[in-house]
Write a protein that binds this ligand. Sequence first.
Ligand code: NAD
Length: 492
Amino acid sequence: MAGELEHFRMLIGGKAVGAESGATFESHNPYTGRPWAVVPDGGPADVDTAVAAARASLDGEWGSMTGFARAALLRRLADIVAANAERLARLEVNDSGKLYREMIGQLNGLGGWYQYFAGLADKIEGRQIPSPNPNYLVYTRREPVGVVAAITPWNSPLLLMTWKVAPALAAGCAVVVKPSEHAPVSTLGFAELIEQAEFPPGVVNVITGLSRETGAALAAHPGVDKVAFTGSTATGRAVARAAAENINKVTLELGGKSPQVVFPDADLAAAANGIVAGVFAATGQTCMAGSRLIVHQDVHDELIRLVAERAAKIKLGDPNGADTEMGPVANVPQYQKILGYLQTAKDEGATIACGGAADRGLGGLFVKPTVLTGITPESTVYKEEVFGPVLAALTFTDEDEAIKLANDTPYGLAAAVWTKDVHRAHRVAARIKAGSVWINAYRVVAPSVPFGGFKHSGLGRENGIHAVDEYLEEKAVWVELTGGTRDPFTLG
Ligand code: NAD
């Protein structure tokens, strides 16, 4: 019943608003299958208003604020986010079916990102540069790039938004955020906190829209100076093309097909645990999912047994349940995509060590944790991103072959090396082409550590000190020191 649904508003120019057209759409809970929230269906007209509001904030109070003042606002936001972690976690669970216990952990940590970037906001320094001509003093200023479009996917909306918004605000940019049409609500919940933190109006704007045209309009908007995008590689290409049209900066965090490489000397129990964490946590719907298992042939059978035994025991169910380990797939198109990949794997002759099908007994969009063996480098499920709880395993015989297999992908987001041999661990980490390599671990991120992709997994880095650089322009200022005049027809 419509009366039971929660209603949310966008944030534009410091005001909670509906779409200019008055249109709305419903967000569905993938566990219950029912709509639970109503959100504005913003379109290009709302994008125009939000971009104009962001620009106005740069031309106003926000644009003249010091880094120290921005840091204070970011710290206040960090505290407010921490105080509201539970509500934000509930919104994400309702929207995407992710586990409450994962989301509350993520949301409790989210304030840490704003704290970290608050710590950088008052440390953005230019340089004084030696000039070959002694008549000049040269220095640089580092200025905010301007209006940033932050476009996010459905799988971890607030975390991935924060990876953009926190450094952008530290740099002094204004932002227009556009969450996914599949999980828009938590970002609207976050927008309410921006109001509480008392940022000047227009510094952070949040628009939602059902049509993918809304994101496209934002990415291509001539009033935007930089696009920060997380999503699929296909959409990332469209975003990069739109940014190129405006000669805009762009950062892209895209898909992955990350390898977990297990050597015969590895602690197999630890590796099995890391493999389970890498591909079954968050129902495998993470860009960094460790979805390719490349295991030495001598330990293949034992490792598959350990992983399959644990996978078969994973407790599927209500994402709010305290002992639930895997929730449903986040939306119907994704669910159908995963089941399609399972059918293709069977058609191509894969062996199912466990799972391999939907779990229809639970209601909701559940897929059983799946381990596939008998995979070859040509197998579709080995090459393409499934974005679900599906592990594809094959074997290697020596280190060179393991590295060749690990790098045999257009992606390069993440990887893990499992071995007790310290020499081999670092040697292999250096040769794998991926933005993050974990040694004897998986799925760890932090505000201070750069994250991003090689190859088709992305462009630029989020997190870490240099993430702020992605939101800054460098200006060189030349000061003539003699006060004299010079020949107008010579350079220098
Ligand atoms: P998606 O590419 O379909 O959509 C991402 C966002 O882009 C959504 O907000 C969508 O509305 C918007 N969008 C759609 N068309 C657009 C266009 N033409 N121009 C601008 N914006 C547009 O991705 P998704 O299905 O929401 O998310 C899943 C994908 O995201 C997976 O491929 C996954 O690997 C990737 N991902 C990557 C990371 C990372 O950090 N590398 C993290 C999470 C997810």
